[in-house]
Every structure is written in C-alpha cells, then in structure tokens.
Design a protein around this ligand. Structure first.
Ligand SMILES: [Zn+2]
Ligand SMILES: [Zn+2]
Length: 136
C-alpha cells in the first residue's frame, strides 16, 4: 500500500496492491503538463485506487482531442486521472509519499523528447508507446 498527495495536501489518495512499473514519457504533451523532460507515471487498476481527501478539489482540463490533465484546484499539482477506458488510474509517480515497490521500467515517446534531454539510464527506450519500435 502506498499513499500520495498533492503539494498542498488537499488531495490525498491511496493505492493497494500491485501497479505497473514506472514509465517515463517524453512526449510533447507530458512535457507541457509536467514542465520537465519526462513525466514519471504508473498505472493502478480502478479497484486498487481510492481517494482519501480532496476529490472535490479536482479540476479537469482537456484538449479538443480529449487528452487532458487533472489538477489540484488549490496548488495546481497534477493528479491521478481516470484513463479513457475507465478501468484504471494514471498516477504521476512524483506524488507518491512512500515507496511503491516498483522502479522505472523504460522510456516512451522518445522520438519526441526535447533536444536537451539525455537519457542516461539503461532501461529500454521505445519510439512511441511500449511495444512500438525499440531504440535500445
Ligand atoms: Zn493541492
Ligand atoms: Zn506523454
């Protein structure tokens, strides 16, 4: 079990049981919403995810394409969000307050990484999503 929270702690959540490993997404959209070179996240099944507080503080933004971000209305931190298929939550790994027990498994959308972004760990790199062409 691991808990997570936003910067101001208004929004808190808990994950019980297994999650995926952590993926580092270098796509241009993730770079915009995170402000950093790649967005560290994991996926937790909806039945394993529970809001502890602040669910009423969630603001949602979406592009016309439907791609979007959930944020804390108080502090602006990115928050876990229900994935389009509805069966799981996408969880920003930086929000976790404890050790989720999983580690970085690889990098995705490496084809669109920033020119100044150098990936130095030895984990797999994919051109787009996991299962696309491997770069290494
Ligand atoms: Zn907050
Ligand atoms: Zn991305």
């Amino acid at each position: 079990m691991v808990q997570g929270s936003c910067l101001c702690k208004a929004v808190r959540f808990e994950i019980t049981g297994e999650t995926t490993g952590i993926g580092m997404c270098h796509c241009s959209l993730c770079r915009k919403v995170s402000g950093v070179a790649s967005n560290a996240s994991l996926i937790a099944g909806r039945d394993r995810f529970r809001w502890l507080s602040g669910e009423d503080q969630i603001t949602r933004f979406a592009l016309p394409s439907g791609w979007g971000t959930w944020r804390c209305a108080v502090c602006g931190s990115p928050l876990p969000q229900l994935m389009p298929q509805g069966g799981a939550y996408w969880v920003p790994a930086g929000l976790l307050d404890g050790d989720p027990g999983v580690r970085v498994e690889g990098h995705i959308f490496v084809c669109s990484k920033a020119p100044w972004d150098e990936i130095r760990d030895g984990t797999p790199q994919w051109v787009e999503g996991i299962g696309s062409e491997r770069l290494r």
